[in-house]
Design a protein. Sequence first.
Lengths: 337, 326
Amino acid sequence: MFRFFLTRFSLIIPTFIGVTLLTFALIRLVPGDPVELMAGERGISPERHAELRAAMGLDKPLLVQYGDYILNVVQGDLGNSVVTRTPVLDEFMTLFPATIELSVCAILFAMIVGLPLGILAAVKRGSIFDHSLMGISLTGYSMPIFWWALLLILLFSVNLGWTPVSGRISVMYWVEPVTNFMLIDALLSDEEGAFSSALSHLILPAIVLGTVPLAVIARMTRSSMLEVLGEDYIRTARAKGLAPLRVVAQHALRNALIPVVTVIGLQVGVLFAGAILTETIFAWPGIGKWLIESVARRDYPVLQGGVLLVAAVIMIVNLLVDLTYGVLNPRIRHGGH
Amino acid sequence: MPLLDIRNLSVEFSTRAGKFRAVDGIDLTVDEGEVLGIVGESGSGKSVTSLAVMGLIANNGRVVADKMEFDGRDLRTLTERQRRNLTGKDVAMVFQEPMTSLNPCFTIGFQIMESLKVHEKLGRSDRRRRAIELLEKVGIPAPESRLSSFPHQLSGGMNQRVMIAMAISCNPRLLIADEPTTALDVTIQKQILDLLLDLQKERGMALILITHDMGVVAETARRVSVMYAGQVVETRSARDLFTHPQHPYTGALLDALPERALGKRRLPTIPGVVPGISDRPNGCLFNPRCRFAQDKCRREGVPLFPDESGAARCFYPLQVTGGVAA
Ligand SMILES: Nc1ncnc2c1ncn2[C@@H]1O[C@H](COP(=O)(O)OP(=O)(O)OP(=O)(O)O)[C@@H](O)[C@H]1O
Ligand code: SF4
Ligand SMILES: [Mg+2]
């Protein structure tokens, strides 16, 4: 177990170097710079342009810029946004809860729906239910997120008028930001109806973001469950005269979950990627939308810092997943014999 | 009245290659407290038979029988729930592979206590006490501390002891041990076998001991049935079977025993394998491997011929004719 974590930690440093190098290089490959974009239509004189670029340190050779950047990062300084002038870390911290709230709800939705469906498909292997579920999940897996989002918006927001189209809560409510998680803050506030408003804003984006993980989880649960159901110890459980529900939900599921947890962990990366589109479509004020805007504004520090922080979060979550894996699987927890 | 009474049991699997009769019209009776040995090579249908008795045949299998009674109750008409109340309680089973037959995600203690909870409705502390007693009974050292062990922390022999503890936890009246020692080291095999027989005697439970080792049944069983390709080819008392085998297959199995091959340079073996789904011959199923096969054997199916001490499925039984071709 200890060695296992040591190897995991030794991977962190190269990953960070790779991430910083990539974002640093890629954003500078995009034509235009922050000064030009801030000046906008009005334009700017070449002297003033050069002056401002120098003020941001953009006139130095790229390698020096990168070196400066890394030096600052190592000291915990991710720089300030060139647009708002606030520290990148502060902006991240205020926006991050919105993304967490959305992602957590999305993955919860995916698990609550995907696990039972996958289990049922495995138990009823070869049935019409099984075949149609696998067909649908393949569709869900390959569906473009923005198209799916627009479809849901058209149906539930435009035609049926059930859910709002954008934002985290209706403008009618003012909710004190205590935790920055809108659902919790809305519950804490004494504004009546704030919670249901927050919830109705969350539902569609969470479904959209949760669709791909849902499909992945359902398929993985099914195949893992099928494998486990053929194991000798399942036969033993049945030979003890246990009820089928107990055999499946306890003896089989516990084993089947081990690979599923890994897959759920891998979905964290997928979630962040999906959050970028989903947040943009639903005007959800989170990290995804923030990053997209930083590209549009060539806000180099925000993009570099933001991507770095997201990468850190993904790595932490993956580590946590590995820990859960150990909890579920005694063979890892105790090592061999 | 026998404890287990089965007549004309067949199990047919539908596979991609078509229908396959893994068990073909066998009779099986076991009296209270009796040890019945079932012997046969790999693929002869021993496990499928025992699974059919347990009611654990996979979905692609169909079980039919003229009679299937346990303690006078017709197993064919029980509801699933009634059947479950019987399996694991009155009829229990020990499997061949101890390392994979225990659930890797649950502790030994949990897996033993689970049966006690489901069948005996015991409270938590009673279950724990009983589990420790059971582990002690099957010869596991420091049973109390073993309760929280996982199967992967124990050796194969220890796991098989746990399986046995689990199987006898609800005092079954019939225990089916399906090749309980095949996967174990030779030194451990004897210990496990002795343990099973001690428990059988002590509790007076009936035991069906399945094995492919003639030597094992010789010392243990009162009666022996020999299975080949899904059929019982010979059945009689262990003593008669060993002194006067009638079926050529039984004879060949006995000849293959090391203690009978003393003085011979090589252990005689039976060439070929048990026919599978695609290569079942016409006539006597053993005829391609039989030294005494005649034309009739290749043409006509053989019924089980009763004789003074049992029955054999052969047109030209050994002791009577001495084997025609011999
Ligand atoms: N679920 C199943 N579907 C199809 N065929 C099966 C199934 N279960 C068993 N069989 C077949 O039935 C035949 C008898 O198998 P069985 O496991 O009873 O043999 P066995 O006598 O126990 O052999 P071994 O000594 O290897 O345990 C084999 O040919 C096997 O392939
Ligand atoms: S019937 Fe014929 S082939 Fe079959 S065992 Fe007897 S002698 Fe051999
Ligand atoms: Mg077997």
